[in-house]
Design a protein around this ligand. Structure first.
Ligand SMILES: [Zn+2]
Length: 722
């Protein structure tokens, strides 16, 4: 895309400036004049974040366990509120509640051929004083069923549907047995769901050292990786059906509202499931016989991996208290001076599984420092033109509870007012990752070009990313392509953090940002060892990238809040959609039994969108060069068309088998969870051999793309002054 260069040239010509000495082109969405003021405000803002503040907030917030529903979580929410208020921000706590069952009883034992009672406990690490803090939840999977079962064990690899096909070829099944799956490949909630669908009576999930332990590197505390008895906690709620409180889908879970009976909730697992360490898994797996596991199924434990069934026989007993517990979302609101009914929202969760230094505090402290930056900037007289809302969410770990309930409560207002949602969660060190809506791809790249990498002197975040991609390229041709590319393509979002309700339920354009690549947090993820000691020894140890995240997201917030014309564009959307259709065509050819499916209507609609997007780009470039302010009524209408563009993909009836999910372009995979399924109605229909669905969804998606194209065309006529 060459929009930016064209704009620069046109700008230079119209002001008679020689190209070599020109000022930078206006920031996307600003005129030459308003761009200067914006740059000044941004530079002031970017000088504010201090890494040492991140360290101090993190030290305080990770002193004790603060899982959702606990007094520790409330204390953290009140601390965040106190900080926001002390900086002069208008902040308050919005409370919700949700079913959050804590474990009462956990027992797993090998009863044959040997006897072994699993430890199910993470021991103290000498150097890490937080590793024995009282008040933490034991190791468990949230939303497991209660139950007591005894059965032969079967090793199911990652526990995906394909693994069960392989198992069937080996002549093994899990009916009436207990499945043991390793973490990885799919989202954890998929493993017990698929085990249950295949008739298993219980499920154990363990961290194999091959993915998560001594194979990738030294274990904690010598290194960053998961030690022998470290356990990954986590939710197994069936989030691809819907996230949020299992008892109030689609409505805000406030005290006194009607709730489903627990037996009617569709997202609670039907069998008991528990996560364990590789230390506890070894005695179980060692006692499996039956076929030797296929090579790709073998992990790094010192055994020959067999799939069973048995002779290992396991007894499991799990009981939960099934209590409804409180949630505390901390919300900051900075009212816009010119367009108060256009909202820019940024959130990060504050609840953890235990002390949670990386997840989520590293991202939460960056959000706090961003908030302080905005407060400081306001003291210099700056006011955002649009309203900025910052949110510290509670209950993310359990199933995106705090963000989902907040979105469901404010859905009417958000549908009309929300311009964009920017999410962050855990952040580490390395390179900026951006994923999300392709209408903001150019915008996100522009932001990356204007922020300095804190460690790679003289390089912007964008250049650092280019250098890395070039160093990883497998051929000279690939290198050349990367260097020529104007923008980094951003990945689509599936699910896995608090953007889900914004993007997938209300179809609000969303971005997710974090730093990573140099310091994986896999080693302590969702364990007791995700502590201040671990983070300050093995991750973003001096918080330089945490401060850079504040600079990045803060800059994005300022731009979105103050732009004359919101920085959406649609050429990347058209290009990305075309890629998705190509993938679907390939998939359709691979599916031998698939009936004929005519994808031509999709391609016709995408061509229309492409034309509309190109015309918008040209009109925007001319407007930007002219630098004339828009008539206010036109400006409001234009911006509304731009920021509601993602809503063209909203399908009120929802996706097959999960009507809470409304976005026709993106959804978390029904059988993969995290992994995004693009054009899910069509793609998953083919994958699951539900042949009627692709037929049904092709015209629906084509109509959505047409709607978007018409909206872009209307925006073009407004920006062109017609
Ligand atoms: Zn998180």
């Amino acid at each position: 895309m060459t929009t930016r260069l064209v704009a620069a040239a046109a700008f230079a010509l119209s002001f008679g400036v020689a190209l070599e000495t020109q000022a930078p082109p206006p920031i996307r969405g600003f005129t030459a004049r308003s761009s200067d003021a914006e740059r000044q405000a941004e530079e002031k803002f970017r000088a504010i974040p201090r890494p040492d503040n991140n360290r101090e907030y993190m030290k305080t917030m990770t002193e004790a366990p603060h899982h959702a529903g606990s007094p520790g979580s409330r204390k953290v929410a009140e601390y965040i509120l106190g900080q926001f208020t002390s900086w002069g921000l208008n902040a308050s706590i919005e409370s919700f509640e949700a079913l959050m069952p804590y474990p009462k009883e956990r027992l797993v034992e090998l009863v044959a051929p040997d006897k072994y009672e699993l430890k199910l406990k993470e021991p103290r690490v000498e150097q890490d004083s937080d590793s024995t803090d009282p008040g933490g939840l034991p190791t468990f999977n949230a939303y497991s069923a209660d139950g007591e079962v005894t059965g032969e064990l079967v090793y199911v690899n990652f526990g995906t549907p394909e693994d069960y096909e392989q198992l069937a070829k080996l002549g093994v099944d899990v009916k009436g047995k207990i499945a043991i799956a390793r973490y990885g490949r799919s989202w954890r909630g998929i493993k017990p769901k698929v085990a249950y669908e295949h008739g298993a009576i219980g499920c154990i999930i363990y961290s194999d050292p091959h993915e998560d332990g001594f194979f990738p590197g030294d274990v904690y505390p010598e290194g960053r990786y998961r030690p022998d008895q470290g356990v990954q906690r986590g939710s197994v709620m069936d989030m691809p059906i819907h996230p949020g409180d299992p008892l109030t889908p689609g409505t805000a879970s406030e005290p006194g509202v009607p709730r489903l009976d627990r037996s009617a909730a569709t997202t609670i697992l039907k069998i008991p499931v528990l996560p364990i360490s590789y230390g506890d898994a070894l005695p179980l797996l060692k006692n499996l016989k039956g076929p030797v596991a296929p090579e790709a199924w073998r992990g790094s434990l010192p055994i020959t991996y067999h799939v069973g069934a048995g002779p290992a026989k396991v007894h499991m007993k799990l009981a939960f208290d099934w209590a409804v517990r409180p949630l505390y979302d901390v919300i900051v609101r900075i009212d816009g001076s010119e367009f108060p009914d256009e909202w820019i929202v940024h959130g990060n969760h504050h609840d953890a599984w235990v002390n949670g230094a990386a997840d989520p505090t590293s991202g939460q402290v960056a959000l706090m420092e961003t908030a302080r930056g905005l407060a400081e900037l306001m003291k210099t007289g700056w006011r955002p033109k649009r309203t900025i809302i910052l949110a510290a969410w509670d209950g993310e770990e359990w199933g995106l509870l705090g963000s989902t309930e907040w979105v469901e409560k404010h859905q009417q207002e958000l549908s009309t007012k929300a311009v964009a949602y920017i999410n962050s969660d855990s952040t580490a060190k390395g390179w900026l990752n951006v994923s999300g809506s392709h209408s903001l791809q150019g915008f996100a790249n522009d932001v990356m070009r204007d922020i300095q990498d804190p460690k790679r002197t003289g390089k912007t975040l964008f250049q650092a990313k280019v250098d890395r991609a070039v160093s990883q390229a497998k051929s000279d041709a690939e290198k050349a392509t990367i260097q020529k590319r104007h923008d980094f393509p951003i990945e689509a979002l599936g699910s896995g953090s608090d953007y889900t309700a914004f993007l997938d339920y209300l179809t609000i354009a969303s971005l997710n940002m974090d730093f990573g690549g140099e310091s994986p947090d896999a080693g302590v993820y969702h364990s007791t060892y995700d502590s201040f000691y671990w983070y300050t020894h093995f991750s973003d140890t001096d918080f330089a990238y945490g401060a850079a995240l504040s600079q990045t997201i803060g800059t994005a917030l300022l731009r979105l809040a103050d732009a004359d014309v919101l920085p959406f564009e649609f050429t990347a959307t058209a290009k990305t959609l075309r890629g998705y259709v190509d993938e679907i065509e390939k998939l359709q050819k691979e599916e031998k039994d698939a009936p004929a499916l005519d994808l031509a209507p999709l391609r016709t609609s995408i061509d229309r969108l492409q034309k509309a997007a190109d015309a918008y780009d040209r009109a925007w470039t001319q407007w930007s060069a002219r630098g004339t302010a828009l008539d206010r009524a036109k400006q409001v209408e234009l911006n509304r068309l731009l920021y509601t563009s993602e809503r063209a993909f909203k399908y009120d009836a929802g996706l097959p088998k999960r009507e809470w999910f409304k976005h026709l372009a993106y959804a978390p995979g029904f059988y993969t969870g995290y992994g995004v399924k693009t054009l899910p109605g069509i793609r998953e229909g083919l994958e699951q051999k539900a042949w009627d669905e692709p037929k049904k969804y092709v015209p629906i998606v084509a109509a959505a793309i047409d709607k978007l194209a018409a909206q872009v065309t209307r925006a073009t006529s407004l920006i062109a002054g017609r």
